[in-house]
Write a protein that binds this ligand. Structure first.
Ligand code: GLY
Length: 313
């Protein structure tokens, strides 16, 4: 076979303030590295970027530590509503679900919608789709998330948003995966339980091009406060700047400088068709890990005033 290129992969499990304990950090690191390892193997076996992204999102959604799928945070009324999207960069096609309930893997619905005429469904449409698919009813609630919500209730929900990484560490949460496959195709997927404690009907960035975007040049998945990501139109901005001729690093840097100036609280992971892996954040911490073709690495302890990091590959 000709023109087989080295696949690349980056994933994230949210962004926010410092991990409180090394124990927490090590557990998060292990979870992220295990998922990178499993998904990178799929890319080596020749699976498409889209297949790899969907699998990576499923694994992150299934890990109760992260705020997506199982372990999603509760909204102000004590319900879980999740959002997810998938963008196939080769086809430049976006699909997603907004505020869906009682499903294990919202990313599967986004994948199911990729080839439909109507590709983004709200809560009502997502429920109808689940019914059409005879999808088993699944409760993504964990004891820990319920406990967090009950504690917040005692304080009359005065917090700006819920904790996002479970077990004591408050984070802005979302999960995301961006992959480059052996054929040079890029895909991006993002999934979230939302901000936590939000009012009913609030729409997350995760099922918008602001939070998840890809084309033939680059792919980006965002995390952080959805309203900040939407106001910056972050994912689409970085990808389009890359297509317009900026390097991925410069596109991310320009976008992060703007976001920082506007006092946003967010992070993003990205890769481009040349195999460059880049991340950026205005928040304290970005829980991201990647495979550069040789090694698995992460930026859990990365703390750089430059706002943007690049993998050495
Ligand atoms: N970025 C996740 C949310 O704000 O919903």
């Amino acid at each position: 076979m000709s023109n087989i290129i080295e696949p690349k992969l980056i994933i994230h499990g949210g962004a926010g303030s410092s991990l409180k304990g090394k124990g927490g950090l090590q557990v998060v690191r292990q979870s992220l590295h295990d998922i990178v390892s499993e998904v990178y193997q799929l890319l080596l076996e020749g699976k498409s970027a889209t297949e790899a992204v969907v699998r990576g999102c499923q694994l992150l959604e299934d890990n109760p530590r992260f705020n997506a799928g199982t372990g999603s945070v509760l909204q102000s009324d004590g319900q879980i509503r999740m959002s997810a999207s998938l963008m196939d960069g080769e086809k430049q096609r976006f699909s997603g679900v907004i505020n869906v309930s009682r499903v294990k893997n919202p990313i599967n619905l986004a994948q199911r919608l990729q080839n439909e005429d109507d590709r983004i469904l709200s809560d009502y449409g997502s429920t109808e789709l689940l019914r059409e698919l005879n999808s088993p009813i699944y409760d993504p609630l964990t004891d820990l998330r319920l406990h967090e919500w009950m504690e917040e209730r005692k304080e009359n929900f005065t917090k700006k948003m819920a904790g996002v990484v479970a077990e004591n560490e408050a984070r802005r949460g979302t999960i995301g995966v961006v992959a480059l496959d052996t054929q040079g195709r890029i895909s991006a997927g993002t999934s979230t339980g939302g901000k936590g404690l939000e009012r009913i009907g609030r729409v997350s960035d995760s099922a918008m091009p602001a939070g998840n975007y890809a084309n033939v040049y680059a792919g980006v998945s965002c995390t952080g406060i959805g309203e900040d990501i939407i106001d910056e139109c972050l994912a689409a901005k970085v990808v389009i700047r890359t297509g317009d001729g900026l390097s991925l690093e410069d596109a991310m840097k320009k976008s992060m400088i703007e976001a920082n100036k506007n006092k946003r609280d967010l992070g993003a992971i990205a890769l481009d068709r040349h195999g460059n892996i880049v991340w950026g954040k205005t928040s304290e911490v970005l829980l991201a890990a990647y495979h550069d073709g040789k090694n698995i690495s992460d930026c859990l302890e990365w703390d750089d005033d430059n706002l943007v990091g690049i993998a050495n590959n």
